[in-house]
Each structure stands twice: as C-alpha cells, then as structure tokens.
Design a protein around this ligand. Structure first.
Ligand SMILES: [Fe+2]
Length: 381
C-alpha cells in the first residue's frame, strides 16, 4: 500500500513522504505570498526547518521565521510573534513543528488582526464570535511530530504566564487551510519525544472513545487511531527511520485530534495543570496519568472496551486493555509516576483546582469532583 494521498477531511491534507516540497503550492492554495514560518526554539536550528525555509526561498517566498516559542507557549510568545508578523508585512502563517509551534503559529494568524486580549477568545460558550473572522490570516500547518494533531484542530492551547492556567482558544477559522503531513519530517525525533507524542495521540483516541457524548463518527476514528498507535508506535520507537511506522503514527495523530471533538477527559484535565506548573512533557504526562484514569472510569467504559479489544488485537476485554496500557508505557520508557516527572505531592490541591476548571473535565465518563481528582492524583504518584 502506498502511504500517499490527498484528503479533504477535516481540511485539505497533503499526506505522504517528501510532500514538504509542495509547500510553495500550499502557499498558493492558501493565498499566501509573504509567509511567516512560526516554530519553537528547539526546532529553529535543525536541518528540517532549514530545509523548509530553503524550499520557500527557492520559490521566491522568502525565509522569514519567528521562533521565540516556549515548550508551553504563552501570551508573551504570542505578542512577540504578532509583532514580528506585522513588522514583516506578512499575509499568512506556516505553523511548523510539534504542539508548541503549531499552536502558537495558529494564534499568531488569529491575533494578527484582533483588537481584544487573547483571553477574551477562550473556548467558553460563544466567546469565539467576539473575533473579527475576516481579519484571521490563512494558516498552513506542517507537523514535525506525531501526537498533538493540532494541525487539524480549530483551537490552540496557550498558557497564561501569570496564573499558570492553560487556556484553550477556539475559532472555526483557526483550522489550517492546508496541512502537509510528511512523515520524513518526524524521522529525527528522539526516542523520548517519539514515545511522548505518540502516547498523546493514544490518549486523545482513548479519551474520545471513552467520552459519554454522542458522536459515532469520532468513535470510529478513535478506535482505528488506537489500533494504529498500538501497531506502529513500537516500530517508530524502535527504528525512527521506519517511514511506514512514522506515516501511520502521523495519521493516528491527526485522527486523535479529529476524534476528540467528542470530548477529552480526566487524563487531559490532570495533565494540563501538571504541565502548566511543572513544565512536564504533555504526552508523557498523559501516559503517566492514563492507568489511574482507566481505573476510575472502568465500570462505565468496560462494555465499549470489551467490544474494542478484539479489533485492537488484545485479549481479555477491558481488563486486557488495562493491563496492556501499563506494559505499553513500560516498553516505551514512560515513568511509573508523576513523582518521576518532578511533580511534588504538596502541589496536589493546586493541581486538583486546575483540573476542575479545565475544559477537558466535562468529557470524562465519570463526573470529576475534588474528592475523586485528589484520589486520582495520589494514585498517579
Ligand atoms: Fe493532548
């Protein structure tokens, strides 16, 4: 099977090895003539980024880059990015990288023409209608990891540098116009990042699959997404140059983010405040939290996992899946507890408070309370 295709779901996706060469065509498709490539500090100096800039340059599109983006991007990074965008007279953004570069790039395009502070557009009710939709610049997304799925999402996570809260900023027009999913861009990812980002995609699929909301399309996508991670993450982890495994993981990442329209849950509600306070890796934190969350939700999600495990190639129904998750984490070098990520137990009350107000909280199959969240965090230590 050739792992190359053009998809228009949920947006235009150019999928396949080597397709970064089509970046100039993507700019034309999105109506961008003066792109600003936004990526994070770590990626800025890597050959994969220089390669993308060379492709733009050779096509007469310049090589403008903004990379003052922290691992958990905040409003300070955003203000600097918007200033760079305006100073350069740009007319669109290439959001390039993992979750940080993609999320901040999307927000630079969003905020370049807005007049209110970013927090006024948090994903609450219809707050997104406060934005001037006509002023949102076109976005091309180019993921270089396989996890966040932000390339197919209509939101970004931005950390408030003062309160440490992670806020989801949503607008339908933040969905990138064109996505280039080129698995060759992910080949250089170190093992730790391959595992952490891959398990973020897994958490998206598991939480969407577990969420009580009605969305059968997402349910199907989440199931196949779980299968791809189970089958291909071990291969991508063992051999980073395995392009088939890298491609399938890139699909799984986009599928996880498509599926979680149905809802996320306690894994993300826990992981967001942990990341905001302790700067831990998002996907790795999710993986550490997953076993405790499965235990909390067991009675409600047992039937659907009993049905799923046959398709996933796992024996023993829900119990088999639960046992598999711990073995999977262990095989991918994931620590057993939050303590190993540098999280301190005295922070639990703050983490519980953060989780209770996290937007993912409402998608958990068992309603989350101060009591069960406190027990969850203790179990995850
Ligand atoms: Fe996530």
């Amino acid at each position: 099977m050739t792992l190359t295709a053009n998809w228009s779901y949920p947006t235009a996706i150019k999928f396949g090895a080597g397709r970064i060469a089509e970046l100039p065509a993507a700019c034309a498709q999105a109506g961008i003539t003066r792109p600003l490539l936004v990526t994070d500090k770590g990626l800025a100096g890597l050959p994969v980024t220089a390669g993308a800039l060379d492709i733009l340059d050779a096509a007469g599109l310049g090589r403008a880059m903004f990379s003052e983006v922290d691992p958990n991007p905040n409003e300070i990074n955003l203000a600097a990015g918007v200033a760079a965008y305006q100073a350069g007279g740009h007319d669109g953004v290439i959001a390039f990288g993992g979750g940080s570069g993609l999320d901040l790039g999307k927000m630079v395009a969003f905020m370049a023409g807005q007049t209110r502070p970013i927090w006024d557009y948090e994903d609450i009710g219809d707050w997104w209608t406060r934005a001037n939709a006509d002023a949102i610049a076109p976005i091309i997304a180019v993921p270089t990891t396989a996890g966040t799925g932000s390339e197919v999402g209509r939101a970004s996570v931005i950390t408030n540098s003062v309160t440490h809260a992670k806020k989801i900023i949503f607008h339908p027009k933040v969905l990138p116009t064109v996505v280039i999913c080129d698995p060759e861009l992910t080949v250089g990812m170190p093992k730790f990042i391959t595992a952490g980002t891959g398990l973020d995609a897994f958490a998206h699929c598991v939480e969407a699959f577990s969420s009580p909301h009605y969305h059968p399309m997402s349910q199907g996508i989440a199931l196949e997404g779980m299968r791809l991670v189970i089958d291909y993450l071990p291969r991508a982890y063992a051999d980073g140059t395995d392009i088939e495994a890298r491609a399938q993981m890139m699909s799984a990442a986009a599928m996880g983010a498509t599926a979680f329209q149905k809802g996320l849950g306690a894994i993300h509600a826990m992981s967001h405040p942990v990341g905001a306070y302790f700067n831990t890796h998002h996907g790795t934190t999710n993986a550490v939290c997953m076993p405790a969350v499965l235990d909390l939700n067991a009675d409600v999600i047992r039937d659907r996992f009993d049905r799923a495990t046959g398709y996933l190639g796992l024996k023993g129904g829900y119990a088999g899946f639960r046992a598999f998750v711990q073995d999977f984490n262990d095989s991918l070098g994931i620590p057993r507890g939050l303590r190993d990520l540098g999280v301190t137990e005295t922070a639990i009350p703050d983490l519980v408070a953060g989780a209770l107000t996290d937007p993912s909280c409402g998608g958990n199959p068992v309603p989350l309370t101060e009591t069960n969240l406190t027990a969850l965090f203790k179990a995850a230590f």
